[in-house]
Design a protein around this ligand. Structure first.
Ligand code: DQA
Length: 148
């Protein structure tokens, strides 16, 4: 096993499969995480996943786990567009991460096209539904292995 990858999901992502299905798809978060876990095992990584509707809890998790982990997939939900505090937490532990969105944040309301995270991310995957997560893990592993 090559290490742990954090998968952090923010507010309302516990409602996947129920909320705005036309935008986010019909699959719930547990089903997506199960598939992601299989993919991670195939790449020889372990996943540690966390979801919270609370900004502070997300920050606590990133502070606690971010230093040991090899990398992180982060869908911060609406905090993407508001949270300098999550940005600062990531910078404080220096965990390399890929910013994930199910929807394409650039073809929706204007306020979604700004992210406080993108410029410190390795990259962004946005608009591919659940596949954003699966593409994200391959891209993340590829990059972290090239860097080490
Ligand atoms: C989202 C996009 C955000 O703008 C929104 O607030 C979400 C989900 C996505 O995965 O497409 O909660 O991060």
């Amino acid at each position: 096993m090559k290490g742990t990858i954090l998968v952090v999901n923010g507010p309302n992502l516990n409602m996947l499969g129920v909320r705005e299905v036309e935008k986010y798809g019909g699959k719930n978060l547990d089903a997506i995480l199960a598939q992601l876990e299989e993919k991670a095992h195939g790449l020889d990584y372990k996943i540690k996943s966390f979801q919270s509707n609370s900004e502070g809890e997300m920050i606590d998790f990133i502070q606690l786990e971010g230093r040991e982990a090899k990398g992180m997939l982060l869908n911060a939900g609406a905090y993407t567009h508001t949270s300098i505090a999550i940005r600062d937490a990531i910078l404080s532990v220096k965990v390399p991460f890929v910013e994930i969105h199910l929807s394409n944040i650039f073809n929706r309301e204007h306020f979604r096209s700004h992210s406080f995270l993108s410029d410190i991310a390795l990259g962004i995957i946005s608009g591919f539904g659940e596949n954003s997560y699966y593409l994200g893990i391959s891209a993340l592993v590829d990059l972290i292995e090239k860097r080490s």
